[in-house]
Design a protein around this ligand. Structure first.
Ligand SMILES: *Cc1c(COP(=O)(O)O)cnc(C)c1O
Length: 231
């Protein structure tokens, strides 16, 4: 087996985890209350194998075909797969059949397809609703005031487990207001009877801030695997 940059990847993971633990304590939480999803999109299966060899279990991918090829190559490993990319209707079946989590659900139509296509033999697919917290017209994500209606339509769909909310604040501006808005929306939903336990927010540039603001899951790519050539 070819070992790709093992010391580099493993020390990067250790460093990210150290920063995560510090941010969690600053937010009066324990380090293990925040999950690290290592975003491996565009990097080869061997990089994932290396990360797994130093204890990393959760991986995030954005491109379905690329992800399926890596899952096949790594089928002997006990990994948790997160789909974090935009979801096209014609990809829902492969997502429903091959991922444990899907973070970018922002319309009912996609949720209905995932529910219908999710094999009953598998554990429920964990779903986060993506919210457009920065009001960018081009960005995917449901508008903040529409998340209540979407949650009502998604929760209770067979095969899906509504776990929480996800956001990607606009780049090049303070991410804090967006993170706070997402936390406020999750709390508002729980006050209405939902049992959401996940705030999926924070990437390489802002995961510590996200944890300070309540993130329970951060999606970190380049700080672990290095700079991407695309995507
Ligand atoms: C690529 C991607 C990430 C990781 O981004 P980095 O800045 O490399 O950490 C996180 N979340 C989503 C939705 C992504 O598409």
């Amino acid at each position: 087996m070819r070992i790709v940059d093992k010391p580099v990847i493993c020390s990067a993971i250790a460093e990210v985890k150290e920063h995560m633990a510090r941010a969690a304590r600053e937010n009066s939480r324990l380090p293990d209350e925040v999950t690290l999803v290592a975003v491996s999109k565009t990097f080869p299966a061997e990089s994932i194998r290396t990360a797994a060899s130093c204890g990393q279990r959760d991986f995030g991918e954005s491109y379905v075909q690329e992800a399926l090829a890596k899952q096949k190559a790594l089928s002997g490993l006990d990994l948790v797969w997160h789909f974090i990319g935009p979801i096209q209707s014609n990809k829902t079946q492969e997502i429903a059949e091959n991922f444990d989590w899907v973070h970018g659900v922002d319309r009912e139509k996609i949720a209905l397809r995932l529910s219908r296509q999710h094999p009953a033999s598998l554990q429920a697919l964990n779903v986060c609703l993506q919210v457009n917290v920065s009001g960018e017209s081009t960005k995917s994500g449901v508008a903040p005031d529409e998340v209540f209606a979407l949650a009502a339509n998604v929760s209770g769909l067979p095969g899906l487990q509504l776990r929480g909310l996800m956001a990607i604040p606009a780049p090049n501006q303070d991410p804090r207001p967006g993170f706070r808005l997402l936390r406020t929306l999750k709390n508002a939903l729980n006050e209405r009877g939902y049992k959401l336990d996940t705030l999926s927010m924070g990437m390489s540039g802002d995961y510590e801030i996200a944890i300070q603001e309540g993130a329970t899951l951060v999606r970190v790519g380049s700080a672990i695997f290095g700079k991407r050539e695309y995507g």
